[in-house]
Design a protein. Structure first.
Ligand code: C5P
Length: 231
């Protein structure tokens, strides 16, 4: 199911709740990242869940398999809807993560892999990480590992959605940040697309931060995103 996820990059719960109070008639899907989670602890997740929102908890786990498994078990009990890890931790770590997330009744949150961060350049991959393959080959190989380990999809640029879907399968989710309205400020994002273009490229979920959170009317900006992306 396609949806728009708002990236709630707020420093504390007060700002977060002031923002959420603006949404009187809808309960948008929200992404909570490391900043808010580390500032407020797991209680912020419970409080937002109680308000009826779905939550993508973006903590990008990367550790030994056993530690990731036990941590995923905690995230699963927090009742988040989506979470993620770094595919660079390897297939065994990803398999353990799926095990940790799966509840006694067999249900679990969606689990996504980060392949290569968009801040990683080809030069950095080669000179610092000593990976000789191209960035695109690395992304595809890591995404393939994620699928084989039982994950549901990847976080990637909307421009990569068609390649990932062609190579790995239409049902493998692409969750895509880097979204801007045609007439808005790019900020620090470089490879960007509009919500409408992300839809054409086959993104399953778009993650939108500042175009909504910094808008004069965040509710109207969210509705505009939904209108363009979900149509
Ligand atoms: O404000 P903006 O729309 O740029 O926010 C995008 C969100 O998606 C931020 O929370 C950012 O950390 C996240 N993100 C990203 N690029 C990635 C992975 C995550 O912009 N490759």
């Amino acid at each position: 199911m396609k949806d728009v996820i708002i990236a709630c990059d707020f420093a504390g719960s007060e700002q977060m709740l002031v923002f959420l109070d603006k949404f009187k008639n809808t309960k948008p899907y929200l992404k909570i990242g490391m900043e808010l989670f580390y500032a407020e602890g797991p209680d912020i997740v419970r409080r937002i869940k109680e308000r009826g929102h779905r939550i993508f908890l973006d903590l990008k786990l990367h550790d030994i398999p056993n530690t990731v498994k036990k941590t995923m078990k905690v995230l699963s009990s927090l009742d988040v809807d989506m979470c993620n890890l770094h595919a660079g931790g390897g297939k065994e770590m990803m398999r353990y993560a799926v095990e940790g997330l799966t509840r006694a009744d067999g249900t679990r949150p969606l689990l996504l892999a980060v392949t290569q961060l968009t801040s990683t350049s080809q030069r950095m991959l080669h000179d610092e990480l000593l990976i000789s393959s191209s960035i695109s080959d690395t992304i595809l190989a890591y995404a393939t590992n994620a699928r084989e380990a039982g994950l549901d999809g990847v976080v990637c640029s909307p421009l990569e959605s068609p390649i990932i879907h062609d190579a790995i399968g239409e049902d493998f989710l692409t969750v895509t940040p880097g979204i801007r309205f045609a007439d808005s400020d790019k900020g620090d994002q470089v490879r960007i697309t509009t919500p409408a273009r992300a839809r054409e490229l086959g993104s399953d979920y778009i993650v939108v931060g500042r175009p909504i959170t910094a808008a004069d009317d965040p509710v109207a900006a969210y509705e505009k995103c939904c209108k363009e992306f979900l149509r």
